[in-house]
Design a protein around this ligand. Structure first.
Ligand SMILES: Cc1cc2nc3c(=O)[nH]c(=O)nc-3n(C[C@H](O)[C@H](O)[C@H](O)COP(=O)(O)OP(=O)(O)OC[C@H]3O[C@@H](n4cnc5c(N)ncnc54)[C@H](O)[C@@H]3O)c2cc1C
Length: 582
């Protein structure tokens, strides 16, 4: 079985296009961080993916993490791989230099993340949670907490977990029950009691300590989402003599899952004794807003990971299509299956979707870099009239749910095509493609299900925004399409830009009087916009790979018409259907 082979040429190309399209390349201080030094970083990350992570991927699938009375034991070889990952400095890649990081762009982090996830998604999820926790703590934690925890998280000495979900509180966090009470010692800390489920990397044997970011309610907090606060709850806390001692939080079991089996998904209990010690991050009852900093990072992370998995499916399917001989073609009997038109169709579909997904993921990462650059350098340094920088923040917010939801569904589709190309070989457990398919399936579910993303996109980021950010994005898409010579891709893209503007405006108007409208059409609206933004990427790559660009126009972009028709049908098909009649 071939190990993961990083597509460095495609990654470099997508990186350059994303830097141009987002305006990142025009920022002088960023040009340096996109230059030759990045090639060395990408090559190092590619080596780590291919040589260390990829061989462990099937091992993790067959020998999942285990929960023991002493804690979680990870799959064979994983703890050593983490030690190497940390020693090589990869945990510090994107963190600012002030916090001990390398300060590289989110864009470069996305490229490395794609490769690590493509080689071993279960492993890649662990450092990704720490990246999200660093973001949340940097923005919301008081100075003493930042000083105490950021250096260890950035160096990888400790990892992190994100603890939101409870049995009764999944998509709807308003019903959270975990409670936090002021510590009787009145030293500013809190004692937490409750149960959390599905906590990724909630326990493991990689590091001595884990920094859990936990949502909980304080006494007398308002009901619902307005009464939730965020707490930092370490697995181990400083004891009397300064040594680390166990805090009152532990993993009591881990899930046996369909995929990402090497990633321990833990049920956690807090406060079996006198309460788990925790410290408030951000203001009282502002937990959800603080957690959103982490969740937005993680949502882009789902897009990055899904892209990695989809690329790996393409690699495996391509190799199999060359190796497997079956059937007659014009070249004779018993030919490699890649010579059959339908196998080439599937492979091209995978390639076209992966290219579109990579473009969208990198564009979003680059847009975040433009936003962060604007924030760190102060508004006064923004060149007058530089609309790209001024619009980076709302544009990144608009793109994030699309990256999370569209790319994760693309990954499931691409992995499924990969299984199909493998035939029966792809359906047996030993085939890596079967693992990839199962691993990819988590993307549409966690970090807010894809419906939650679609509702966020259409309800908050488009309708509440009065379509301003959407229209500005469509202006850019249109300008790129107009630069193409006359072709199917150009024609369809221009039609879609006009139709998306018109339909979004109509939805914004009709949603005022139809409370079911957004919920009824949000999924198809997001898919429509995803397909079109994917087409935008192929407009940008048209000179580099005209064949796949034309294939995207012929085989993928027509889906936009289907999504458009369903969106235009509104909520009518739902309105008359009673839940009991389905
Ligand atoms: C492998 C794995 C790892 C995870 N890791 C973490 C982690 O690290 N930390 C953490 O806190 N959680 C984690 N989770 C939990 C995950 O985020 C939740 O499973 C997810 O948010 C969905 O919640 P739920 O499972 O309760 O589904 P539900 O909320 O019950 O949703 C079920 C279905 O109903 C739909 N639905 C729900 N509400 C609405 C609505 N209002 N309108 C329309 N449709 C709706 C959903 O879209 C979905 O299709 C993990 C889960 C898994 C499986």
């Amino acid at each position: 079985m071939p190990t993961y082979d990083a597509p460095l040429k495609q990654i470099r190309l997508a990186l350059n296009h994303a830097a141009e399209a987002s305006g990142l390349a025009a920022i002088p201080s960023m040009q340096e961080s996109l230059g030759d030094v990045i090639d060395a970083v990408l090559e190092g990350a590619a080596r780590f993916a291919g040589e260390v992570l990829s061989p462990l991927n099937p091992i993790g699938d067959r020998t999942p993490a285990r929960c023991t009375p002493e804690g979680v034991t990870t799959s064979p070889g994983f703890a050593d791989a983490y030690a190497r990952f940390r020693a090589d400095g990869w945990t510090a890649l994107g963190a600012p230099a002030d916090d001990g990081g390398m300060g590289l762009s989110t864009l470069v982090g996305a490229a490395c993340g794609e490769m690590w996830a493509g080689a071993n998604l279960a492993f890649a999820m662990c450092p990704e949670v720490a990246v999200g926790a660093v973001e949340a703590l940097r923005h919301h934690a008081p100075a003493e907490l930042r000083d105490r925890y950021l250096p260890q998280l950035v160096s990888g000495e400790w990892t992190a977990s994100m603890a939101l979900t409870e049995p009764q509180a999944g998509s709807d966090l308003s019903t959270l029950r975990t409670r936090a009470e002021p510590d009787p010692a009145r030293d500013g800390s809190w004692r937490l009691f409750g149960r959390k489920i599905y906590i990724s990397w909630g326990d493991h044997d990689f590091t001595d300590n884990i920094v859990h970011l936990v949502l909980a309610r304080t006494p007398d907090a308002p009901e619902g989402l307005k009464g939730i606060s965020l707490f930092l709850v370490p697995k181990r806390v400083s004891g009397a003599n300064g040594a680390l001692v166990a805090n009152d939080i532990r993993a009591i079991s881990i899930e046996h899952k369909m995929g990402i089996r090497a990633s321990p998904t833990c049920a956690m209990v807090l406060g079996e004794r006198d309460g788990a010690r925790g410290w408030l991050v951000g203001g009282l009852n502002e937990g959800l807003a603080c957690m959103f900093t982490m969740m937005n990072t993680m949502r882009l992370g789902v897009g990055i990971h899904s892209l990695g998995v989809a690329e790996r499916a393409l690699q495996l399917a391509r190799a199999h299509a060359h190796d497997r001989h079956q059937g007659r073609t014009s070249a004779g009997p018993n030919r490699p299956i890649i010579e059959h038109a339908d196998v080439r169709r599937m492979l091209l579909q995978m390639k076209a979707l992966v290219g579109a997904a990579r473009g969208l993921v990198y564009l979003t990462a680059a847009t975040l870099d433009v936003e962060n650059f604007g924030a760190s350098s102060g508004a006064s340094s923004l060149a007058a009239g530089d609309a790209k920088r001024a619009s980076a923040s709302p544009r990144a917010s608009l793109l994030t749910p699309i990256v999370k939801a569209w790319v994760s569904e693309v990954a499931v589709e691409v992995a499924s095509l990969g299984v199909q190309i493998h035939g029966g070989t792809g359906y047996v457990d030993d085939a890596e493609i079967s693992q990839i398919y199962r691993d990819a399936r988590i993307g549409p579910i966690f970090e807010g299900t894809n419906y939650i993303q679609a509702q966020d996109l259409l309800g908050r980021k488009i309708i509440r925004d009065r379509c301003v950010t959407l229209n500005a994005l469509l202006d850019d898409v249109q300008r790129t399409a107009e630069r193409l010579p006359a072709c199917d891709l150009r024609t369809q893209m221009l039609a879609n830009c006009a139709n998306l503007r018109e339909v979004a405006t109509t939805l914004a108007r009709e949603a005022e009087s139809d409370p079911n409208l957004v919920g009824s059409v949000a999924h198809h609206f997001l898919q429509w916009l995803g397909v079109v933004i994917g087409g935008w990427q192929w407009c940008l790559y048209a000179d580099d790979d005209p064949q796949t660009a034309a294939f995207y126009a012929a085989h993928v972009l027509p889906r936009a018409r289907m999504h458009e028709a369903i969106v235009r049908s509104g909520s009518e098909a739902f309105a008359a259907v009673a839940p009991t009649s389905i």
